[in-house]
Design a protein around this ligand. Structure first.
Ligand code: PHE
Length: 419
């Protein structure tokens, strides 16, 4: 949940009639979308594929359109805006490259992106709209676990496959004990990510840790728990477990309680805007120990806001631009040429999620939801930029993680940890 006043002003529309809200949302989506996406939205109204699956025995239905619409739900605005924009940039790049190679099954791909402002309820509205109105073949998104959790039932009930690039909470692909048939991801999951930092801290001889979690964020709560479990199993002690809510501005009382317990490190598995503020306030209180976190730290804004307060800190992530492998370096070059910036993990995984979708659509017997779903489920040994993707029974790839250390207000590769 976003409690920031500016986010509230921008996003809270409960006092506005529903039709106006929809019109506003539509206008916002249009200004954000590319011209290509605009033509896609126009086209998809008359020509797109039916969402209903063909009976299994029937021959592949004749293509209803010469275009394939890909839907993306992302936080293009709000306090996690870099998550959505990096992902969207990378998906656009993937589509452009694929179209140059002839598209998928001879059809060109078009992108329709909807902004959820960083809110789970908006992510659900956006997913519903992409599925029912724009008739997308595949949904890409969301980045954040809380928002993917809101979208997942919509993908399942409409039989439209959804691939989240980066949502790491294990529950995203699960419906209670069973695997959600239409939901997949391109990244590792948090039981592993929590273990990565627990092992790393233990190797650094850090044995007393304070946990500081965002209680309104499924990702943060899950990762804090997974870290705690492994860290304790490895003999470490959690000296205090404090909480905050995304958008809080003053963290001093929790940080004072943390300081009093004299931890050797503080585990803060939150998103970049809050983490950077927490780091600054910790340093103001004279807390010098490293902060540790997860992939939610990954944003150029982290460093802009922290202004050096995170030097000496560490976080786990999906990729590093220092990886010398040609697949990575080649992608970094192409992304930089397109957007003038080094891609972050969101970009890398947004690109990989799109590629997994294209590969599956190419292999699928037709372009109905159930056929694309079957093909995604069969993804094996797919070479992405973030590593090789083979989906397990829970629709999760098993991939190594990297640990990045922050020095002089910049991230540097520190270690690779394999599952
Ligand atoms: N893993 C985070 C989540 O599940 C999202 C995230 C991934 C953020 C990668 C930044 C980088 O909520």
């Amino acid at each position: 949940m976003d409690h920031r006043p500016e986010a509230r002003a921008k996003n809270d529309t409960f006092c506005i009639p529903y039709y106006l809200e929809v019109a506003m949302r539509f206008a916002r989506a249009l200004t954000l979308a590319t011209l290509t996406a605009f033509s896609a939205s126009c086209q998809s109204k008359q020509e797109a594929q039916p969402a209903a699956p063909a009976p299994a025995a029937a021959p592949a239905p004749a293509p209803a359109s010469d275009k394939i619409v890909i839907g993306h739900v992302g936080s293009m605005t709000g306090s996690e805006a870099t998550f959505g924009t990096s992902t969207d940039n990378a998906i656009k790049l993937a589509i452009e490259e694929q179209n140059k190679k002839g598209g998928v099954k001879g059809k060109q791909l078009v992108l329709k992106t909807l902004d959820d402002g960083g809110k789970p309820e908006e992510a659900a509205v956006a997913a519903t709209r992409l599925v029912t109105q724009d008739k997308v073949a595949v949904l890409l998104g969301e980045v954040a676990s809380s928002r993917s959790l809101a979208m997942a039932p919509i993908a399942d009930s409409n039989q439209v496959p959804m691939i989240t690039p980066t949502s790491t909470n294990p529950r995203v692909t699960k419906d209670g004990p069973k695997t959600r048939p239409y939901v997949f991801r391109a990244c590792f999951i948090d039981p592993f990510q929590g273990t990565v930092m627990a092992k790393f801290a233990t190797e650094k001889k850090i044995t007393k840790v304070a946990v500081f979690r965002d209680v309104g964020n499924d990702y943060s709560v899950g990762l804090a728990d997974f870290f705690t479990k492994t860290f304790q199993e490895l003999g470490g002690k959690i000296v205090v477990d404090e909480s905050y809510k995304a958008g809080d501005q003053d963290f001093k009382s929790q940080l004072t309680s943390i300081k009093n317990k004299k931890p050797q490190g503080i585990y803060v598995p939150g998103y970049y805007t809050d983490v950077a503020l927490i780091a600054r306030q910790a340093r103001e209180l004279g807390i010098k120990v490293p902060l540790m976190g997860g992939d939610g730290w990954d944003s150029s804004k982290l460093y802009e806001i922290a202004k050096g307060a995170l030097d000496g800190s560490y976080f786990s992530n999906h990729y590093t631009d220092e990886d010398p492998s040609p697949v990575v370096q080649d992608f970094v070059k192409r992304y930089k040429a397109a957007y003038g910036a080094v891609p972050d993990a969101l970009a890398v995984l947004g690109y990989d999620a799109a590629l997994v979708a294209f590969d599956a659509m190419e292999r699928a017997k037709d372009l109905t939801g159930p056929s694309i779903r079957d093909a995604i489920e069969q993804t094996k040994g797919f070479q992405g930029v973030s590593g090789v993707i083979t989906l397990d029974a829970d629709h999760n790839p098993v991939k190594p993680a990297v640990v990045l250390g922050i020095e002089k207000n910049k991230p540097h590769y520190a270690a690779t940890i394999s599952p």
